[in-house]
Ligand binder design. Structure first.
Ligand SMILES: [Zn+2]
Length: 262
């Protein structure tokens, strides 16, 4: 992957560590003023005239949400200047569709967690756990969810990240090394920790716990494997699960068979 627009900008500004990613200063450099106001039903918006713009960010949003929203609006300023858009900043989600909102989201993720800083930081982590992800989120001042998506997509470990709500799977993403046949189930398995965490029967389980792979993947060969599950509650009625697949056979592109002709 080439260097993204957000990375060019950060390098131009001499940003060499996460703590240097000062969004107000970056906005100022781009001719954008940021102000905080109570907004109703909207996280942020941008209004531009010529080469000057004002971003208004919702005063009621938590700080890391505000950061993401400002970065998202800067994405519109970079990519959609002069276009009339109705902006809807949502939580960062894995999504490969091309739309102005997704382009702005990707710009925001690249600005807040630029691969040239995030990649080395994630590789420095030992095992991929929610504890490691929380440490990265603190370093980059980003949400646990967006940081988890980045960490998994950075290919640190053979992992799948899945979000479930009470009505089923909301979204998932997988590390590029994980073959596409490992597609997570729609509904939570009764054996999963996620089920207990989602329904408040158990506290978060930020450390890996062994579970049969069939609890997470609806494939006949899944029952031959074990995976490690960690699940934490994120917001109201949502649980985020990190599934680590440490059995090398699961990474084979082709399904392997357990019998051989002699
Ligand atoms: Zn937007």
């Amino acid at each position: 992957m080439g260097v993204t627009a957000a990375e060019w900008l950060l390098q131009e500004l001499g940003v060499t560590e996460p703590a240097d990613i000062d969004l107000e200063a970056i906005a100022h450099y781009l001719g954008v003023r940021v102000r905080t106001r109570p907004l109703d039903g909207c996280e942020a918006r941008i209004i531009g005239v010529g080469d000057q713009a004002i971003i208004t960010v919702n005063a009621h949003s938590p700080p890391r949400r505000k950061r993401f929203s400002i970065a998202h609006e800067l994405g519109h300023w970079k990519h959609h200047r002069g276009q009339s858009l109705v902006c809807r900043v949502d939580d960062y989600r894995p999504d490969n569709r091309i739309s102005p909102e997704r382009i702005a989201d990707r710009y925001a993720a690249d600005l807040l967690m630029p691969p040239y800083l995030f990649g080395p930081a994630v590789q420095k982590q030992g095992k991929l756990t929610f504890k490691a992800i929380a440490a990265l989120a603190d370093a980059f001042d980003t949400s646990l969810t967006s940081t988890a998506i980045r960490a998994v997509e950075a290919n640190h470990s053979p992992a799948v990240l899945v979000c479930h709500g009470q009505t089923g799977r909301r979204w998932f993403t997988r590390a590029p090394i994980v073959p596409e046949r490992w597609f997570p189930r729609d509904t939570l398995d009764a054996e999963s920790v996620a089920m207990d965490v989602l329904f408040g029967r158990k506290p978060d389980n930020p450390f890996p716990r062994k579970i049969g792979a069939e609890a997470w993947f609806d494939r006949r060969d899944a029952e031959r494997y074990e995976v490690l599950e960690q699940s934490v509650r994120i917001g109201a009625g949502e649980v985020l699960s990190l599934i680590l697949m440490n059995d090398a056979d699961m990474m084979d592109e082709e399904e392997t068979w357990s019998y051989r002709r002699k």
